[in-house]
Design a protein around this ligand. Structure first.
Ligand code: AMP
Length: 279
């Protein structure tokens, strides 16, 4: 595995595979890698000739009161895991190069970015879409691999790729979970031991609700109300949202159709957790 930092080094490393017409699979991450990230690398490894994994805590996607400074960072461990998952190139860009003081661009998908997570994090998705647009144009991969865990991010980035007409495929990978169902996340490290079972209740309750929605045992609104009550009962202090949405427009739906997504964001102590299941 080659480790590169500057975009010049990255382009040098990719020159030969590009000239040979090899496919390039790209896995963007913010580090603090876990099996969820590695599943993306492994999927890229199966489908593409060259796999680039990036590790970059993107400053643009953090709000002023969010955890940019304390976000877990462990470069050495992450590089070891990238190597183990057989990434070919680990790219560690610097904020100084990607976003110099002169940087003034914003790429945004306002409608998809204002809802769900966007309500509580109004600048988050513009930070993601601006950074990813720059990186996808620079890197020009054949495919980008994204986790279903961050479902809204996946939908927003699909829209960026479509609207910019970028010649690449967006490939999604199912959420990797702990044995108790908790979606792996770098932020799970913030959970106290006593909060762990509360966090695990999220996926259990989402799965139960999805079963009820599929069976149409009540109106969508009734099932979601029962879900909110179950989350509170399980010890969840705050529910940012629990919604059944269309999987492309993210608009709330009042009646179930195939492929709808049940999405949720909750707070367990001071940790914000998100998860989703297909209905
Ligand atoms: P992050 O490092 O949190 O920015 O995540 C980088 C990529 O890994 C995103 O595409 C995430 O959706 C994906 N990812 C994070 N957690 C998981 C998981 N538990 N299962 C699958 N993919 C994940």
């Amino acid at each position: 595995m080659i480790v590169v930092r500057s975009t010049a080094e990255l382009q040098r490393a990719l020159a030969e595979p590009r000239a040979e017409g090899k496919s390039i699979g790209y896995v963007p991450t913010m580090g603090a890698l876990h099996e969820g990230h590695l599943a993306l690398v492994r999927e890229a490894k199966v489908r593409d000739d060259v796999v680039v994994a990036s590790i970059f805590v993107n400053p643009l996607q953090f709000g002023p009161d969010e955890d940019f400074d304390t976000y877990p960072r462990d470069e050495e461990r992450d590089l070891g895991l990238c190597e183990k998952a057989e990434a070919d190139i680990a790219w560690l860009p610097t904020a100084a190069e990607l976003f110099p003081p002169s940087f003034g661009l914003t790429v945004a998908v306002p409608r998809l970015s204002a809802v769900l997570c966007g309500e509580g994090r109004p600048t988050h998705f513009a930070g993601v879409t601006t950074e990813m647009s720059k990186i996808l144009i620079l890197l020009a991969p054949t495919a980008v691999y994204l986790g279903e865990k961050d479902f809204q991010q996946l939908v927003v980035l699909r829209a960026v790729v479509r609207d910019l007409g970028l010649p690449l495929e967006v490939r999604s990978v199912p959420t990797v979970r702990e044995v108790d169902g908790l979606a792996l996340s770098s932020r799970n490290a913030y959970l106290a031991v006593a909060e762990r079972p509360i966090a695990a209740a999220l996926f259990r309750i989402l799965s139960e609700l999805a079963t009820k929605l599929r069976a149409e045992t009540g109106s969508v609104a009734t099932v979601l109300d029962a879900g909110r009550a179950a989350l509170t009962q399980a010890g969840v202090q705050r529910i940012d949202y629990l919604a059944l949405v269309d999987s492309e427009s993210l608009d709330p739906v009042a009646a179930v159709t195939a492929g709808n997504r049940l999405v949720a964001a909750i707070r367990v102590g001071s940790t914000r957790l998100i998860d989703n299941v297909e209905v």
